[in-house]
Design a protein around this ligand. Structure first.
Ligand code: ASH
Length: 273
């Protein structure tokens, strides 16, 4: 699919059902009129961008996502704008939100969890090689394609979805200690988040979940990690999670070491489905 045409307009697309909505706008299913190619069209209102002075961040996110090409990173094919809206032409993820899968099944098998973690690790290694720190990896930014393969979406423009926990918006659950302390952070924040996601994929809840943000903050800062006794979670999985949820960011397991970890080797499906 080559969206070689540059000057797109809303008239090039037939708009379908809304897929999700958020603070900045909405995501719609859409079809390019001539090629009949299915895409996701994300609409952001300019006044929202101006109000929050996010023009620069938006330009940076757009430059990043158009330049990234990876099987586990959702494609941004192009963008256009009209009087008061900006439109992003995005790859449509036919499988919907990974978060929806997690809520429906409660938790994933070790094979499924390890496959998703391996896909995420490959995608993050690629992003880090391209000097991109995602910083916002959480289940609702993860989508699935028609074969159930994971796609990282929303570089900085997360949209709220229907099937989301109320605490999800503005949740601290996925943030590393240096992020919640608002300290200087580096690529290793994404390694921490991989540990949080691996835990949540296997247990169905994030490791530091608490009734209040203050309590979650305290649990993250203490790295208050406990493993419920669940039969289907192997010790290797707990070892990997423990090697990622390390307060000192320099001591977290590196992305290449994650891919060589026994639990990943034993359980991840090589072609990421
Ligand atoms: Cl960007 C982008 C590309 N593709 C998607 C997508 N795809 C998608 C596919 C299928 C189903 N359904 C499959 C049948 O059961 C009902 C859900 C939902 C979303 N969703 C979102 C989105 C965004 C916010 C909230 N919720 C979903 C953003 N997307």
């Amino acid at each position: 699919m080559a969206f070689v045409k540059r000057n797109w307009s809303i008239h090039d697309f037939e708009i379908g059902k809304p897929l999700g909505k958020g603070k900045f706008g909405r995501v719609y299913l859409a079809r390019e009129a001539k090629s009949k190619y299915i895409v996701a069209l994300k609409v952001i209102f300019k006044e929202q961008i101006e109000k929050y002075r996010l023009q620069h961040q938006l330009k940076r996110e757009m430059a990043i996502q158009t330049s990234l090409r990876h099987p586990h990173v959702l494609r941004l094919y192009g963008w256009f704008h009209d009087e008061d809206r900006i439109f992003f032409i995005l790859e449509y993820a036919h499988g919907g939100e990974l978060y929806g899968e997690l809520r429906r099944s409660g938790c994933f098998s070790e094979k499924q969890a390890a496959t998703y973690i391996a896909s995420l690790t490959h995608a993050l290694a690629y992003c880090h090689e391209n000097h991109v720190i995602h910083r916002d990896i959480k289940p609702e930014n993860l989508l699935l394609d028609h074969e159930g393969r994971l796609k990282i979406a929303d570089f900085g423009w997360s949209v709220q979805s229907k099937n989301k926990r109320h605490t999800m918006c503005g949740t601290l659950d996925y943030l590393a200690p240096e992020m919640v302390e608002n300290k200087a952070h580096d690529y290793a924040v994404d390694n921490w988040t991989l540990g949080v996601l691996c835990y949540e994929f296997l247990y169905g809840v994030p490791p530091f979940e608490a009734d209040s943000q203050a309590d979650t903050f305290r649990r993250i800062m203490k790295v208050d990690l406990t493993f419920p006794s669940k039969p289907h979670v192997s010790d290797d999985a707990k070892v990997l999670i423990t090697q990622l949820l390390v307060k000192d960011s320099a001591k977290r397991l590196s992305l290449d070491k994650i891919l060589k970890h026994p639990w990943i080797i034993m359980n991840a499906d090589p072609n990421g489905t």
